[in-house]
Design a protein around this ligand. Structure first.
Ligand code: UGA
Length: 422
């Protein structure tokens, strides 16, 4: 099929590249000419393993442009993959979605024949059926469900695993409100062997939030159990293993530590809670999930002070700055509140991360960045904040290690070892 993808951020570009791999003709649209040029040169503006390869291998059926009108005229389906950032109060900022819907509406006005518009961006429940539908209909002077199709098809892509997650998903959710739209999307996803779940537009939107909030809750839950385990000298990882074999629970997302960060969980949970407030209701579990997560990274500091009571003038090593391994993304990284707190106490920081140091430098320009992780260990104590595989081969002998991510090698060899919640 012929597809237009609006927005070449992480979701849009992965979506476009994967559909190109599956044999579709894809046009990626972005207002940013630098990004458009990069993509057309087979380069990616973001770090995602395997993405550049796809852009180069499938360059014959993927190209980028700033011209949305021509792209949409020449395609059957348009995916909206623009960002949905947060307002200051945490609520969702729909500006880019609104601008895209209005622009597409204007293009639809003169477009002969039927076209399908699919929202892939994460939007709070009700957005597609109200805001998006309204903007498309008023700007096109046409009707959804008859003149054009409207769908909500959330993404479940993990950074660092996005291509694998796109090509071999656990499920595909298609929120629709008419049969032709459902049939068209089922046709697009022919060949995928996972369940394809057909829902209402708003249920599809809610599935995305409910999934992310559940995963975040699972992590906060095991962290809370871990905090209890720590006081009783119980190994939380043994507890997680024992729980995980119960197929109703599962072992995934029970890695206790300093909590969740990234561009998705924090933003989505804030947006969901702001939406809950807007609807004059409450969500005590999700609220607690966030509270546990806000407190969790700072638990490293008193543990550190147990062994290095006065932090002023001491050198503290930080191993890992990205919000998780395999990414250079530091958005809401747990290393941020920890570094802030250390500096507040007057400590010097020596840090290392294989991918994220340049990004971290923009927030913390004055701390020392090392060229090798072993240099970080040349300090009064070391905090492990991201579990990069290469940290397993470091020599922790004789060191004080306060571990936020459960690095077994450090546990075995450090002189003094404290896990954040085990
Ligand atoms: C998350 C979801 O996993 C994806 O399904 C979803 O599509 C994506 O958000 C999104 O909404 O776009 P991602 O943000 O890439 O993906 O990161 P995850 O791999 O889920 O990790 C999130 C955070 O939880 C990380 O900081 C990680 O270190 C932490 N985590 C995860 C734990 O602390 N313990 C665990 O057991 C698992």
């Amino acid at each position: 099929m012929k597809l237009t993808v609006i927005g070449t951020g992480y979701v849009g570009l992965v979506t476009g590249a994967c559909f190109a791999k599956l044999g579709h003709t894809v046009t990626c649209v972005d207002v940013d000419t630098t990004k458009v040029e990069l993509i057309n040169n087979g380069q990616t503006p973001i770090y995602e393993p395997g993405l550049e390869d796809l852009l180069q291998t499938y360059a014959h059926n993927l190209h980028a442009t700033t011209d949305a009108t021509t792209a949409i005229y020449q395609s059957d389906i348009t995916f909206i993959c623009v960002g949905t950032p947060s307002h200051k109060d945490g609520s969702i900022d729909l500006t880019y979605i609104q601008n895209s819907a209005a622009q597409i509406g204007k293009i639809l006005r003169n477009l002969p024949g039927w076209h399908l518009i699919v929202i892939k961006s994460t939007v709070v429940p009700g957005t597609t059926d109200t805001t998006v539908r309204h903007l498309l209909e008023t700007n096109s002077n046409k009707h959804a469900n008859t003149d054009f199709g409207l769908a909500m098809n959330p993404e479940f892509l993990r950074e660092g695993n996005a291509i694998h997650d796109f090509l071999t998903p656990d499920r595909i959710v298609i929120g629709v409100s008419d049969q032709k739209t459902a049939d068209t999307l089922r046709h697009l996803y022919t060949g995928f062997t996972c369940p394809i779940i057909e829902t209402s537009l708003s249920a599809a939107e809610m599935i995305k939030y409910a999934s992310n909030a559940f995963l975040a809750t699972k992590v906060s839950y095991i962290n809370e159990i871990g905090n209890l385990c720590k006081t009783l000298n119980i190994d939380t990882y043994q507890v997680a293993e024992g729980m995980g074999y119960d197929h109703r629970i599962g072992r995934a997302f029970l890695d206790a530590g300093i909590g969740w960060g990234g561009s998705c969980f924090p933003k989505d949970i804030d947006a969901l809670l702001a939406w809950v407030k807007d609807h004059h209701t409450t969500a005590p579990i999700i609220t607690a999930t966030r509270t546990v997560n806000q407190n969790q990274p700072l638990r490293l500091i008193p543990l550190l002070q147990k062994h290095v009571p006065k932090l002023k003038g001491k050198t503290i090593g930080l191993l890992g700055l990205a919000f998780k391994p395999q990414t250079d993304d530091i958005r809401e990284s747990r290393a941020i509140p920890i570094a802030t707190e250390l500096l507040k106490h007057g400590a010097f920081i020596k840090a290392y991360d294989p991918q994220a140091m340049n990004n971290f430098k923009t927030l913390f320009p004055t701390i020392e960045y090392c060229t090798h992780p072993q240099e970080v260990l040349n300090s009064d104590a070391v905090l492990i904040t991201t579990k990069w595989e290469e940290f397993s081969s470091l020599d922790f002998t004789g060191k004080i290690v306060i571990d936020g991510r459960r690095l077994d090698e450090a546990k075995k060899t450090a002189r003094i070892y404290e896990g954040v919640c085990w």
